[in-house]
Design a protein around this ligand. Structure first.
Ligand SMILES: N[C@@H](CCC(=O)N[C@@H](CS)C(=O)NCC(=O)O)C(=O)O
Length: 347
């Protein structure tokens, strides 16, 4: 046997094995992952949330509404093509992290800040940031304080189990002034503490404070001080150890963002089904190759946009200028418009 012939034979064998592997790869369904298996068996996704109207709250009919709720519904569309196959449970900031660790939730969509401690000590993995926030301080106007660095000796309510506890302590260490922390777990008691005069101020994610202020009987008696004490990137949190579930959460959020980047929304999505743009064809599943490759319904992004909407619609409907909350998009604008909201490519 010549060297050439044996090399040719070896190459042939390699190609045959490679061909077999490719063939097998195409025939074997993508591995579902333990969380997805459990969810499919149960028939519903379990999501831990809070209770601030605008972010998450049941409406008069008991149906959950809000910015974070819509991402839970989008996840239910990815998994079941049904935005209602999701169960929301209110849990305090103190209780929700241990509850995720204990497996009571498949995901937290409760304004959880991504931090290194939560990644390493709690074994949480975070999906894409859905809301870039920062910690603020809400004071009674009658206190006469216009900036946080003027606060001295004030009693400040802080919610237990939140990043707010450390941030406010850090802040006063830096200013060299004093404050009296009043640590409160229950979210209604927290608001009540300011309304009743038990504390001079509340500190929390500024979005949370904005939502509370909007719900107060006399919002104009309270002012959100201009400083932001911290970075609070709010992201979905899942328990580490199930990459596939994390990727489903990731790409569900990205689908809402990518749709906004393409200018596709719940009202016009059907007109885009006729688009000649290959990227849009892949995104909407008109070209099914992408969905087949990732083991999801090729139309999962189409279904999300059609049934829940794109990121901008989710923001505007729950928090935007047309609502009584009236938040600016701010950092939560698309990257193409000066914000930080960005989707990796669907290819
Ligand atoms: N982002 C902070 C605070 C979490 C938090 O308190 N989130 C707010 C929503 S942004 C909340 O749950 N508020 C109480 C509630 O809605 O029940 C953290 O991760 O520790």
């Amino acid at each position: 046997m010549t060297i050439k012939a044996s090399a040719r034979r070896a190459l042939g064998a390699t190609l045959a094995i490679a061909g077999l592997a490719i063939g097998l790869g195409a025939a074997v369904p993508a591995h579902a992952g333990p969380t997805l298996d459990k969810i499919k068996e149960r028939g519903v996704i379990r999501v831990g949330v809070g209770s601030q109207p605008g972010f998450f709250s049941p409406d008069a009919n008991g149906k959950w509404q809000g910015f974070f709720i819509d991402f839970g519904r989008a996840l239910a569309v990815t998994v079941f093509d049904d935005p209602n196959k999701v169960e929301f449970t209110n849990s305090s900031p103190q209780q929700r992290l241990p509850a995720l660790q204990a497996g009571q939730f498949d995901v937290l969509l409760s304004g959880v800040t991504q931090t290194i401690t939560r990644s390493f000590k709690l074994n949480f993995h975070f999906g894409p940031v859905v809301f870039y926030d920062g910690q603020g301080i809400l004071v009674k106007k009658s206190l006469g304080v216009t900036k946080a660095s003027d606060l001295d000796g004030a009693s400040i309510g802080v919610q237990s189990g939140t990043t707010g506890e450390l941030n406010i302590a850090d802040f006063f260490k830096k200013t060299g002034k004093t404050y009296k922390p009043v640590v409160i777990e229950d979210t209604d008691t927290f608001s009540q503490a300011l309304l009743s005069g038990r504390v001079d101020a509340l500190t929390q994610d500024s979005s949370d404070l904005g939502l509370r202020r909007a719900a107060f009987p006399n919002p104009d008696d309270y002012v959100l001080l201009p400083e932001r004490l911290s970075k609070e990137p709010l992201a979905p949190a899942v328990l580490g150890g199930d990459d596939r579930w994390l990727e489903i959460v990731n790409w569900t959020v990205y689908a809402t963002i990518q749709a906004e980047e393409f200018g596709i929304n719940s009202q016009n999505v059907d007109t885009f089904l006729k688009s000649d743009d290959p990227a849009i064809k892949r995104f909407l599943g008109v070209d099914a190759s992408l969905g087949e490759a990732i083991g999801l319904d090729p139309k999962f992004a189409y279904n999300i946009v059609k049934k829940v909407g794109n990121y901008g619609e989710i923001f505007e409907r729950n928090l935007g200028k047309s609502t009584k909350i009236g938040f600016d998009r701010g950092l939560n604008r698309l990257w193409t418009q000066g914000g930080l909201i960005y989707s990796p490519p669907f290819r």
